[in-house]
Ligand binder design. Structure first.
Ligand SMILES: [Zn+2]
Length: 426
């Protein structure tokens, strides 16, 4: 029998199923790429010919980061430097670099990601290459290019008139323009649509957001996306912006600082998902506030969003709105190093460690529409073995040397390291 055809039995000190369930002295049987059985080790037994992994720590579903940008490495203080880099290198080189970021993410225990904008279709192509087995990486849901108004959040004039750079984002005009933008991304192979509806605003001491897309543009984009059965994510700030986005059909609110109580009620009513991206807010603010050249008004924005985001999160938590973990890795923060930090920040914001793990597993899988995120029979065997107890200390999930990631029952190409649990071939 070849190794691939043999069932895999994983026994672990404890198993977290992704929905709040916990089994001690657990076992999980994998056949092919799916989970066949889950339960107490004593009940599961050892099937004939099974490969057995005895793990002294925790088995849990592979984590999911629903807001990444695989195109870029995530160096601090990006902006112009990143744009120059993306303008200078070919799509092929961008995709090859993205493939390294994808591998780093998988090795960090993240078996699926949602990519929230890339030049051209590079991450769509990377997704296809991973699916067909040419390169290693997590499962990817990609939006292709982000849709933006002309001169908007993703279409800033960083270069002179005589320098033309196309393809980094997809500028659209008017309701029909956004409809066409949605169709173009779907034709290219997008899994969902990313809009930039309302953005940050720095010229006022008490209003930190402003409109980019009109209600009609948001409604048209969402209508067209939904007609094709895909969801819509919006980069959005401020109560009016979030309300306008949700009212006009947006499914996931990205960043979403300053959401007021009536808007949270509207989100609960519509079943909107919240992706607070606490990690990028924290890291970006740290860089911004240390930058001696950054004008005070930008620092003011960062100070206020850093403080006020906890109030928004508490409102969302109390209303029972679905929250997913998304870091914005690739913008200011490196892939693989920071993805799990979002769980720690959710706990700082009032969630229990178990709820944070559910946000990073079952909730993410439900949003992405993939049959993972839960360790139950029939699901894909996307899981991570943790050399310790994340319920006691979530920071262990950020230490990739203490993790072993499996995607579809196959272990990600981790180097052999001392201290890892022993594999016993029977
Ligand atoms: Zn982003």
């Amino acid at each position: 029998m070849t190794a691939a055809a043999r069932p895999l039995l994983i026994r672990a000190r404890q198993m977290l199923d992704g929905t709040g369930g916990r089994i001690e002295e657990a076992a999980l049987l994998v056949e092919g790429e799916r989970i066949r059985a889950v339960g107490r080790a004593a009940d599961i037994g050892t099937p004939d010919g099974a490969r057995v992994i005895d793990h002294s720590g925790t088995a849990m579903p592979g984590m999911i980061d629903v807001h990444v940008h695989l195109r870029a490495p995530g160096r601090p203080g990006e902006g112009l430097a990143e744009a120059v880099d993306l303008a200078r290198i070919s799509y092929a080189e961008t995709a090859l670099r993205a493939s390294k970021h994808a591998r780093d993410t998988l090795r960090a225990g993240f078996t699926a990601v949602r990519d929230c904008a890339a030049p051209g279709g590079v991450v769509i192509d990377l997704r296809n290459a991973i699916e067909t087995g040419y390169v290693d990486g997590p499962r990817i849901k990609a939006c292709g290019q982000g849709l933006t108004v002309t001169g908007g959040h993703m279409d800033r004039p960083l270069f002179s008139d005589h320098v033309r750079v196309d393809g980094l984002a997809a500028p659209c005009l008017g309701a029909d323009g956004f409809r066409e933008g949605v169709r173009a991304q779907l034709r290219r192979g997008a899994d969902f649509i990313k809009l930039n509806t309302w953005v940050s605003f720095h010229d006022s001491p008490d209003r930190f957001w402003r409109r980019e897309m009109t209600d009609a543009e948001i409604a048209a984009a969402c209508d067209e996306a939904h007609a094709h059965g895909v969801h819509v994510a919006a980069h959005v700030y401020g109560p009016e912006g979030v309300a306008a986005s949700v009212r006009n059909g947006v499914d996931t609110i990205e960043h979403g600082h300053w959401i007021d109580a009536p808007t949270v009620e509207l989100m609960a009513e519509r079943g909107t998902t919240f992706v607070p991206t606490l990690t990028v807010n924290e890291v970006h603010a740290r860089h911004a506030l240390q930058d001696p050249d950054l004008p005070e008004k930008y620092k003011r924005w960062h100070r206020r969003s850093s403080e006020d985001k906890w109030e928004t999160l508490e409102r969302v938590r109390a209303a029972g709105i679905r929250v997913c973990t998304g870091t914005d890795a690739g913008f200011q923060i490196e892939h693989g190093l920071w993805n799990a930090h979002e769980l720690i920040l959710l706990v700082r914001g009032g969630y229990t460690p178990m709820e944070a793990i559910t946000a990073a597993t079952a909730n993410g899988a439900d949003l992405l529409g993939i049959e993972a995120g839960r360790l139950v029979p029939g699901r894909l065997a996307d899981l991570v073995l943790v050399a310790g107890d994340p319920l006691a200390d979530l920071s262990i999930l950020g230490q990739s040397e203490k993790l072993r990631a499996f995607k579809g029952g196959a272990e990600a190409g981790l180097d052999c390291q001392a201290g890892k649990s022993e594999i016993v071939i029977q």
